[in-house]
Design a protein around this ligand. Structure first.
Ligand code: ZN
Length: 114
């Protein structure tokens, strides 16, 4: 049986099938990568979950909508520090880095630039 890896980003409402070669998701099923082995598909999902924290990954049998495996890794790691401006996790271990919202809001990356 073939399997596909699906991804749902933290902000997404739905899962999208993944093209693992191109690193894209939400592709048409024709372009989704088929993986002939369940354990290998789980391995891809595990690796992706560690790389893209906060996103959820599922392994589904090709053509099916039910997941046989699901994993997501929490976005906050113990080494992560908090934004000095607003106290949200900043996605970095450098305490001078602003969180995503503050970076977008202020147009700066670092607290000492404010
Ligand atoms: Zn902030």
């Amino acid at each position: 049986m073939n399997y596909m890896v699906y991804m749902k980003g933290a902000e997404d409402k739905q899962f999208g099938a993944m093209n693992l070669k191109e690193g894209t998701y939400g592709v048409g099923l024709v372009y989704a990568t088929l993986i002939p082995d369940l354990e290998r598909a789980k391995g891809y999902a595990n690796t992706l979950a560690k790389d893209i924290r906060g996103a959820t990954f599922q392994v589904r049998p090709a053509g099916k909508t039910n997941a046989v495996y699901e994993i997501s890794v929490k976005p906050i790691s113990p080494t992560q520090t908090l934004c000095k401006y607003c106290g949200q996790p900043n996605g970095s271990n450098d305490e001078n880095v602003l969180c995503k919202e503050c970076r977008e809001c202020f147009g700066h990356s670092f607290y000492n630039e404010l």
